[in-house]
Design a protein around this ligand. Structure first.
Ligand SMILES: [Mn+2]
Length: 343
């Protein structure tokens, strides 16, 4: 194959790489869905922003080397998903307005009808993501789901857990996403990890990293679940201030995870300077260097069976950071399956 990795990128392929979803090791599924977004909208176009910015990423990576040679490719967006999302949006906004006013009334047939329709479309989305990711896993490929809001990867994690009982989940996020049906939505972005733990069989452990905006009931739920391990942002900052090294903290995170893991990454787990257009930005969070070390240690010690990247805003800088994070995720997913390295 005549492909010069230092030449300007082909504009119609992810990272400008000469691969297709048929022959790539890592296959990305873009999911333009933001129906349950509760604050700032726009993440529906996050995958698009990532794709456009991906053409600017240099292929040789100082951490993952030339892992790209195994092939990364993005599937085309399914127009149906955008249709479902747009269909859900009006109903979702009406429900959110009612919930914000404090009158999410179980007797209100108009609001309950809207809620029912949003939940039904969310289930349709879950089935779609489950089917697509199942297909990739069964073909021996490494799936990466690109949201959209953080409700998107439920079907993907279900598909992976089915094939890898005892699956661990590494969750990087400012929020715990453990709410029980936030604003009435069963499949809310704010409930994804709760749904993963309570509705998917075979989840072995969940490590949550970077949390700094959590509800009291979420903390209670996490406390009651022995599979859940919290590495909150304040606790990590405290340990760093007391002199712990980031690497030692990262190793304590990896230690609670089983051999096979799914990474679910909400970009708002990072500092807001790295994701200014995300749905619900929060001060604090992981620096770029910290998330890179975390991913590197995970890929050195565990096998990444798939991942998702969510809540990336539609802006150019959001897309730029998202594309570079996606590139690291792809490279580390590949490297995690390589034979042990001696370096
Ligand atoms: Mn999230």
């Amino acid at each position: 194959m005549s492909f010069d990795p230092d030449a300007p990128a082909h504009a119609d392929r992810l990272f400008g790489l000469p691969f297709t979803p048929e022959n790539a090791r890592v296959v990305l599924l873009p999911v333009p869905w933001q129906a349950t977004t509760s604050y700032r909208r726009g993440t529906r176009d996050g995958a698009k922003a990532i794709f456009e910015a991906s053409l600017q990423v240099d292929l040789h990576d100082l951490e993952v080397g030339d892992a790209w040679k195994e092939g990364y490719a993005m599937l085309p967006e399914d127009d149906l998903v955008r249709v479902w999302d747009e269909a859900a949006e009006g109903d979702a906004l009406a429900v959110i307005a009612a919930a914000t006013d404090g009158d999410l009334d179980a007797e209100d047939v108009v609001i309950q009808g809207a809620l029912h329709r949003v939940n039904a479309l969310s289930e349709q989305l879950n089935d779609y993501v489950y089917r697509e990711v199942s297909r990739l896993l069964d073909a021996g490929q490494l799936p990466g789901v690109i949201g959209g809001d953080h409700s998107v990867p439920f079907g993907a994690i279900a598909a992976a857990a089915e094939r890898h009982p005892g699956l661990g989940v590494l969750h990087i996020d400012a929020h715990a996403d453990m709410r029980d049906a936030y604003e009435g939505f069963t499949w809310s972005h704010a409930s994804i990890l709760r749904n993963v733990l309570t509705r998917i069989e075979g989840i072995g452990a969940v490590a949550q990293v970077g949390l700094r905006d959590v509800g009291a009931r979420e903390a209670e739920f996490a406390d009651s679940e022995e599979r859940v391990h919290w590495f909150t942002d304040p606790a990590l900052q405290r340990s760093l201030a007391e002199g712990a090294s980031w690497l030692s903290l990262v190793r304590s995170i990896v230690a609670v995870l089983p051999e096979r893991i799914w990474i679910t990454l909400d970009i708002d787990g990072l500092e807001p300077a790295l994701c200014p257009g995300t749905g619900t930005p929060v001060p604090g969070g992981l620096t770029w260097g910290q998330v890179c070390i975390l991913l590197a240690e995970v890929s050195a010690q565990r096998k990444i069976v798939g991942f998702d990247l969510n809540e990336v805003g539609p802006g150019e800088w959001d897309g730029n950071v998202g594309a570079r994070l996606l590139y690291k995720l792809c490279g580390h997913a590949v490297r995690s399956h390589a034979p042990p390295r001696s370096e």
